[in-house]
Design a binder for this molecule. Structure first.
Ligand code: SF4
Length: 350
């Protein structure tokens, strides 16, 4: 049984990883010595872990590669302009991560001489680094023993031990984490959860720990899922204000949702859809876009108007060429609204 055989379980998982590891642009191949003499190695691990929070590997890959080519080192990233980083992050979601990324890079330069700490406790003092990320960096970048528990790992451990209670999974993961190869083991568990012990229809027949697994008969029971609360609805209006083939974009307040990002001007996101227009004129109703945020579902009505060059507007913004709107670095919500407005404009012209 797994309780009595933690070393054997770790060994089987590591062996499976050595033979099946996913090739990822931020990864050191399994079994190879960590490139500790490469000063940018922890930087790459950290960057990938921040990007992977709440996001899939497939979505992260192009962003990771773009960031590394734009800012190949912690010092380059720390010196980057906020708006450039926010624009490069656009579309990856959870924008507080991008703000914390910059704050962390600057703290590493200011307080740690440009060198990432290896210790979990010190890592956790940095912006945007919680228990999971600190453990992942400590194990994967520095080879230290650390218990790395993300959603994938929780699922594997819950099934392996047939333990439905989430609160007990960290201690069980600790029990099977080996002293050596903790970085490979962390990544092996993540890969196992992502590719074999998947949320639905786990592939138990090819699983390296099937003989040890207590939850194999009924894997989807583990871990138990909290009751889902209904997601509240919010509403608002976004304004597509055009002038000579340009559209007005604003930079959102630094704090709050999509903080610091470019976007269309909008009402607050709680009002009725029929919000009063910004100013009098021939507004056109383009339609509606919806977007799911973590804690609510937003429906934005998109309204368009043409204005004269030099006219007075009730806020400060920048006139952006519509033909280059994809380069504005709009977060997904506003990219959807821009796409809708452009499509409606084309339809109205034809
Ligand atoms: Fe998951 Fe099945 Fe492997 Fe158990 S045997 S850990 S349920 S894939």
């Amino acid at each position: 049984m797994p309780v009595d055989m933690p070393d054997a379980i770790a060994h089987r998982i590591l062996k499976h990883f050595a033979e099946n590891a996913r090739e990822l642009p931020w990864r050191n191949p399994p079994g190879q010595a960590l490139p500790l003499d490469d000063p940018q190695w922890p930087f790459r691990v950290w960057l990938s872990e921040i990007m992977l929070q709440q996001t899939t590997v497939a979505a992260v890959k192009p962003y990771f590669e773009a960031f590394i080519s734009l800012w190949p080192s912690i010092s380059a990233l720390a010196a980057a302009a906020d708006e450039d980083v926010m624009r490069a992050w656009a579309g990856l979601g959870y924008y507080a991560r991008a703000r914390n990324l910059l704050a962390c890079a600057r703290a590493i330069m200011a307080d740690h001489g440009g060198v990432f700490p290896a210790d979990e406790t010190e890592l956790r003092r940095l912006p945007g680094i919680g228990r999971y990320t600190a453990a992942a960096i400590s194990a994967i970048a520095f080879g230290r023993r650390a218990v790395v528990v993300d959603g994938n790992v929780e699922r594997v451990v819950a099934r392996l031990f047939a333990e439905p209670q989430k609160a007990k999974l960290y201690a069980l993961a600790d029990r099977i984490t080996p002293t050596d190869n903790a970085g490979d083991f962390a990544q092996a568990m993540m890969d196992l959860g992502a590719t074999v012990c998947t949320p639905r229809n786990p592939r138990c027949q090819i699983c390296p720990v099937r003989a040890d697994c207590r939850g194999r008969e009924n894997p989807e029971k583990f871990p138990s899922k909290p009751a889902r609360l209904a997601r509240p609805e919010r509403q608002g209006t976004a304004w597509w204000i055009s002038c000579d083939d340009h559209v007005l974009l604003v930079t959102r307040q630094p704090k709050g949702l999509l903080g610091g990002m470019r976007g269309l001007p909008t009402t607050d996101w709680s009002e009725n859809l029929d919000a009063p227009m910004l100013f009098k004129g021939e507004w056109r109703r383009y339609g509606m876009v919806t977007h799911i945020f973590t804690h609510f579902r937003l429906s934005l009505s998109v309204m368009g108007i043409d204005v004269e060059s030099g006219c007075k507007l009730p806020f400060v913004g920048e006139w952006w060429p519509k033909s280059q709107i994809v380069e504005a670095g709009l977060p997904t919500l506003f990219a959807k609204a821009a796409q809708l407005a452009r499509a409606m404009e084309e339809r109205n012209e034809s």
